[in-house]
Design a protein around this ligand. Structure first.
Ligand code: BES
Ligand code: MN
Ligand code: ZN
Length: 538
């Protein structure tokens, strides 16, 4: 039986009622001159090459310098400002236009891609926050100053994403932030994007709207990541999916334990039985394409708290395992974005969700379980639970939706963090083209991934004396053997897997992020689907 769809969200969260809603910055395209627009803060960029004199100064910077009687040039001449990325100059402005200006170092102009604009827009928001200002106009330098291949609409979209992502914060569980030391700065509520010198503004509003969709999806993913295990339970995620369906006209289906039994999802159920919280398999369908077109499938690990099970994790840092549902959060976020973008494509999002705890019914090392696909699995380590919940979700979506391609994302292995650190997810799969599509989409979206080889030779490490497969392949190449495990459950469907253990959350802060959940890889998934939709349209 599906649980009662009425307000599951509030019923399950009685002790923690949101007090402070997350920000939703209003972002607009400014078609008129930024000098005529009253706003708290005007942010302008200067690249190193402009300071060094090899490139002339941007028209808007010249205007700022004129209004300040040469103070910008003076800062450059006195060596206070060299155009490096972390540098910033603050000014008050006379007149009825912007009240203040901030000049941000743009760094190397040869690297002025979308991700740089995203970061710099984030810096503009942080500059506003540090002065408790709530409105920003961000001016993008003229196209001749950006790298080749970055179109104007891409530039506007990336900058607007940077504003909207930077302006988000997770404050909903703080009852009285004012009492907890220094009051946090107010969130920046108004964002404007202007293309320097450009008057052909017809593409600006569309690019800003696209950014708004990305920001809404990625900030939803971050909210879900941040919510602790006692709030963001599997049923909570299911409730969020029902709400998304209601808001955006998606088809939702939630499987509980009874339906999972019928489906024979012995691997997923074996993880869930170690906890009092029921598992959910969350399915959201966006149907923007033609009726007969097979969908793309996005699958995300929704493990709402990973204690490791009987193979329990050490206490230190275990609280971070609330982020073990990051893949599921990004899939839900991406579904929201895709629906808002109204892309002409069919997409099915699947989130297997469970806790991994330990009680008298929990999996034990040595146990053998039967997966939905019929393959038996010897559980060597109960902490390798992600692949157990994912394998049943993968086989379910392959059988029920016959997707054109499947991409899963999961905080799957600590080994991935050792391999690539915090700057790229790992990508691997059964289809070289798909892997390359994802790598390229990640580059464009500023959420990078890098391939690991799924060579046959690694498969041996999963051989079990008692079952068809073991759930761990030993320490060598831990991310690859985890990938191999998943590959066993997708039949011939083109499939790729993103291991996001090092990139989904952390302390390594980009200017548009905050420490905690990053919403990664929402943008990557959206960009990949968008590229697929464009390809089938042309
Ligand atoms: N959720 C963890 C992986 C993880 C580790 C994510 C660190 C983020 C940061 C996963 O369920 C896990 O515990 N994996 C084990 C697998 C091992 C037992 C084969 C790991 O990586 O240690
Ligand atoms: Mn684990
Ligand atoms: Zn896990």
């Amino acid at each position: 039986m599906n649980p009662d769809p009425v307000d599951p969200y509030l019923i399950l969260v009685p002790p923690l009622t949101p007090q402070h809603p997350a920000s939703s910055m209003r972002i607009r395209y400014l078609a008129s001159s930024p000098w005529d627009h009253r706003v708290d803060l005007l942010a302008l960029l200067v690249f190193q090459q402009e300071v060094e004199g090899s490139d002339g100064l941007d028209a808007e910077i010249m205007e700022l310098d004129r209004r300040l009687d040469g103070l910008v040039r003076r800062a450059v001449e006195e060596g206070d400002f060299r155009g490096r990325e972390e540098e910033r100059l603050d000014f008050f402005l006379p007149g009825d236009g912007p009240r203040r200006a901030v000049v941000l170092g743009g760094g190397d102009a040869d690297e002025a891609d979308g991700e740089l604009l995203r970061r710099l827009a984030g810096r503009a928001v942080r500059a506003a926050e540090s002065r408790r200002l709530t409105g920003v106009t961000f001016v993008i330098p003229g196209p001749e100053r950006l790298t080749d291949g970055l179109t104007e609409d891409r530039a506007v979209q990336a900058a607007a994403e940077g504003l909207g992502l930077a302006a988000w914060d997770f404050r909903e569980l703080k009852a009285t932030p004012e009492d907890l030391g220094a009051a946090p700065p107010p969130l920046v509520e108004e964002g404007w994007i202007h293309l320097s010198g450009d008057q052909s503004t017809d593409l600006g509003p569309d690019a800003v709207a696209a950014a708004g969709a990305v920001v809404a999806g990625q900030n939803l993913a971050r909210d879900l990541q941040w919510r602790p295990g006692n709030v963001a339970t599997p049923e909570h995620l299911a409730g969020v999916a029902r709400q998304l369906a209601a808001d955006h006209g998606l088809v939702v289906r939630i499987l509980g334990p009874a339906e999972m039994e019928e489906e024979g999802m012995g691997a997923l159920l074996s993880v869930a039985k170690g906890s009092d919280e029921e598992p959910r398999l969350i399915v959201l369908e966006y149907r923007g394409g033609s009726e007969d077109e097979a969908p793309l499938a996005l699958v995300g690990k929704g493990l709402t708290f990973d204690a490791g099970g009987i193979s329990i994790k050490p206490a230190k840092g275990m609280e971070d395992m609330k982020y073990d549902m990051s893949g599921g959060a990004a899939v839900l976020g991406a579904m929201k974005t895709l629906a808002m973008l109204e892309l002409p494509v069919n997409v099915v999002g699947v989130v297997p969700s469970s806790e991994n705890l330990l009680n008298g019914s929990a999996n034990k090392p040595g146990d053998v379980v039967r997966s939905r696909a019929g393959k038996t699995v010897e559980i060597i380590n109960t902490d390798a639970e992600g692949r157990l919940i994912l394998c049943d979700a993968l086989s379910w979506v392959v059988d029920h939706h016959s997707p054109r391609a499947v991409v899963d994302c999961a905080t799957l292995t600590g080994s991935c963090v050792i391999a690539l650190g915090h700057h790229a997810a790992a990508v691997m799969g059964t289809d070289e083209t798909l892997v390359e599509e994802l790598r390229a989409a990640g580059d464009r979206a500023g959420e990078r991934c890098w391939p690991l080889p799924l060579w046959k030779a690694y498969r041996k490490q999963l051989e079990s004396p008692v079952a068809d497969l073991k759930n761990v392949g030993g320490r060598p190449a831990g991310s690859i053997t985890a990938g191999w495990f998943l590959a066993e459950f997708v039949e011939d469907t083109p499939w790729a897997h993103l291991d996001i253990a090092g990139t989904a959350y952390g302390t390594e802060e980009l200017p548009y992020q905050r420490k905690g959940g990053f919403g990664f890889p929402t943008r990557l998934l959206v960009e990949w689907v968008r590229s697929r939709a464009e390809r089938s349209a042309s």
